[in-house]
Design a protein. Structure first.
Ligand code: 2U9
Length: 381
């Protein structure tokens, strides 16, 4: 026999209890029967340790059909008349006791499992937090967006076009002679097996975004002011300042009476907006097939302020762009769309975005912009 710590009642452990049929209804015999039942009840209640077991315990003791407590009605039925009163009292006592124990058991288990749930959800606020690294715009895309924004503020629209182009849009309509060295497969990445097509229809990876300007002029009458940002491809060997894939922003303004002064003022403003108002620009003669006259544009070195340093090779100037007045020969290709070189004029310019980004952020190796090294990129977060 064990004794319940809760009730102090004695109970027998681990004997499966079944309600006995009573033949002897003397008070002593009734006492024993009730005592046995309550011992079993207490013992089984003690061994309940899960919600499922609590449910089984409840069903075993109080289920209307076959529950131990409801079966005690048989005692009353079979009791002789003179014992019925006594037996009825005991049966009621048992009912109250069984119900109270079932309820107490369930409460203990539910209380217990919510304590377990609380325990399992406990948060150790002293643990270090989970780091969520911030993403960052790539420095090339950031520079591209900033530059485009500068021109948008001056009234320019953004135009885009395909990266796989025809020879016509990439070279012919831009006044490149058929034997120009840039057309050579040494410099241009071409799509293979197109020898059966006329030269002008052959596909290649665009070497500049200038084809976008031609395509836009074919579809839009003058005046126009557009910038064309995008990826371009050249068959270049990789080094600290060259990459076979890079980004350009080119621009085109066509209207009546556009002059070289407009070009100078526009680019001078753009460089001041990008690099600071104390930056100076310098234009010096150059050559491009699509502009005449043409110029290269340098800005005063933003590293040394123009005094001379390693970045500017002690010259105080850094070459950043090309530009010029659109060659009348280029307008001839879109003359029937309203671009009559006798009536209109225009300027165009082009810049490499990686080179702008390298100047802006003091990066001395273009490869840093393509390697995807997180230690480099996270500096821009
Ligand atoms: C049309 C007419 C003229 C676009 C121009 C440049 C000068 C130029 C280079 C700068 C560095 C390319 O990325 S880079 O290597 N670009 O120097 N680009 S004028 O001229 C055009 C474009 C379209 C119809």
């Amino acid at each position: 026999m064990s004794r319940s710590p809760a009730t102090g009642r004695a109970f027998r452990k681990s004997v499966p209890y079944t309600l006995p049929k009573l033949t002897d209804f003397s008070p002593a015999s009734l006492d024993k029967a009730v005592q046995d039942l309550l011992s079993a009840l207490e013992s089984e209640s003690q061994s309940v340790s899960s919600e499922n077991a609590a449910k089984e315990f409840r069903d075993r003791w109080v289920a209307r059909k076959n529950g131990i407590q409801p079966q005690t009605a048989d005692w009353l039925k079979t009791a002789p008349k003179e014992a019925k009163r006594e037996v009825g009292q005991r049966v009621n006592e048992i009912k109250a006791c069984v119900e109270a124990t079932v309820e107490a058991t369930q409460e203990r288990i539910q209380g217990g499992s919510s304590a377990a749930a609380l325990e399992s959800e406990r948060v150790d606020v002293t643990l270090p937090g989970i780091r969520r690294p911030l993403g960052a715009e790539h420095p090339v895309i950031r520079t591209l967006n900033e530059t485009v924004a500068v021109f948008r503020a001056m009234g320019y629209s953004v135009a885009e076009g395909p990266e796989v182009e025809t020879d016509y849009y990439n070279f012919e309509a831009l006044n490149f002679p058929p034997n120009h060295p840039a057309r050579d497969t040494q410099d241009t990445l071409v799509i293979a097996d197109q020898e059966n097509k006329p030269l002008r229809d052959r596909l290649l990876l665009r070497t500049h975004t200038s084809p976008v300007q031609i395509r836009t002029m074919e579809q839009t009458k003058p005046p126009i002011r557009i910038v064309c940002p995008g990826k371009v491809h050249r068959r270049d060997a990789t080094d600290a300042s060259h990459s076979p894939v890079f980004h350009q922003i080119e621009g085109l303004a066509v209207d009546t009476n556009i002059t070289f002064s407009d070009l100078k003022g526009t680019l001078d403003h753009a460089m001041k907006a990008l690099f600071g108002s104390s930056v100076k620009t310098r234009f010096f003669p150059s050559f491009f097939p699509f502009t005449e006259p043409s110029a290269d544009v340098a800005i005063s070195c933003i590293i040394c302020g123009g005094k001379g340093c390693r970045t500017c090779k002690q010259t105080g100037w850094v070459e950043l762009m090309g530009c010029g007045m659109v060659d009348p020969n280029v307008f001839e290709f879109v003359k029937d769309r309203g671009y009559d070189p006798a009536k209109i004029s225009g300027f165009a310019f082009g810049m490499g975005v990686e080179r702008l980004a390298m100047m802006k952020y003091g990066i001395d190796d273009i490869q840093m912009l393509f390697q995807g090294d997180v230690r480099f990129l996270e500096q821009f977060a």
